[in-house]
Design a protein around this ligand. Sequence first.
Ligand code: SF4
Length: 538
Amino acid sequence: MYTESDTSTDQRQPVVLVTPAPVTHRTAEENLGLGYLAAVLRRAGYSVVVLDGWLAGSPADALADQIVAADPMMIGFACYRSNMGSALTTADMVRCRLPGVPIVAGGFGPSFHAEEFLAAGFDVVVRGEGERTIIELAERYRTGTPTLSGITGISFRAGGSAGFVHNPARTAITDLDALPMPARDTLDLTMARASLVHVQSSRGCQASCTFCSIVAFERLAGRGPTWRQRSIRGFVDELEHLHSLGVRHVKVIDDSLIEPPRDAAWCAELADELRARGVSMWLRGSIRADRATPAVLTGLARAGFWSFSCGIENFAPTALRRMAKRADPEANFAALAEFRRLGLYAQAGHILFDHATTIEELEINWAAMVAHDWTVSKGIFTEMYAATGTNYTRRLDRDGLLTPSTQTPGTAGLGNHAYPITDPAVNTVYTALKHWQRSHSRLYDRTIDPLSAPKAISPVHRDIFGQLSIELRRADLDFFRAVLDLAAGGATAGEAVEFTDNRIATTAAFYHRVAARTDAAYQMAGLHYDGQDNPFLC
Ligand code: SF4
């Protein structure tokens, strides 16, 4: 363990930045956060080694060996909810072999669970954005300055029995153009996996949905703006640079691509700038339904966007109000109509169940889903995720509805929480759909992954996966209808499970056929699926 009185480190030793593989049903994606941290450290004169255990497929012991071999002066772990367990394991393996080297954790997981990470042995936790914090930390460790006080946005263990120290929050970075372009140490790994190369043009979101960890993360920085943007020039400079490296498939990982002052004119200007520079790429982004106007989507389609994830969440006005969504059902319908008109893929985020879902809401959703069965979705069962730090979780806690959950393997109980479904008829539908989803989730994940964690594949191959996705969706919606009818007849949750088992048996041949066609599509597209079973369905 590093202590505040340790002396300075060797300047030639690198900072090692590492992200361990998560427990997930998804395939590996680039960690742009590490790229930004590496870039700011190098600009400040530090040597940096980037190790991405997910992209490289490295287990914890191999990752630990690589960290030790790099002989670091400081180790920074990028953590989120589903890689918390492997981060803790890897850090444990490293600590005993590199005594005295400070081990720092940052990202969403540590930001909301600082004390758990410190108690597990991390020396420092970075809360919120890390680019400025990591420079100050590296400087302290390099010079041997014997105190961590004065570095905003960190938590650490104090000596003796003083417990944990939480320094004041750090304000958010407002000038994103002042950041260097992210380092691309893992570009080859990313492209070898046919994963999309990640780029960021803005951070945060101006909405405030009750369940959203992005909003909670932005608020860690206090009262500053919750959405910040890069200029078109800076954004296109980076796309042009990537284009010169042979990159043609990009995911713009913004939480919310379009927020004021961005508007239709901004989208048109982006398209014009890309065209003027000869940068032609397939782009994927995330957009709020209430921002997805015809003019905005037309401009973005011209810029190269072929696919969006869009948090539709629900079609019932009462459910949308509980979530504090800015979009009403009409905005959701209008956005979906525009995606359809322009031939854009739409991965429609959905939250079918929360603690207060009613049968009327489920009926509204069933009808709207049938009308939009072409949207990309990994199965019919979805539920509100109660993450630490969100308004939703606070409200459940206040109402006495919250119970800590240990359902998700590898997280040691960190992160998610359980709550009851209040209406018994809704609980019958919930039980049946979850049981159904468990039975098919492996196939859903494999079939739909090339569209939902999009892969660098041709439009022809996309459409093959898209067709399979629609066939699975239609089968889901037939089952959903049957379960709604069952619940209307007064069936219990236990009877719903029995009904579901029968349905799984009688439809098995259909799913075998889809699985065989999915295998063939993977071969044709040259893809490999290596996700695990969905940990959220335990
Ligand atoms: S629109 Fe999306 S990113 Fe914005 S607050 Fe809602 S869920 Fe979060």
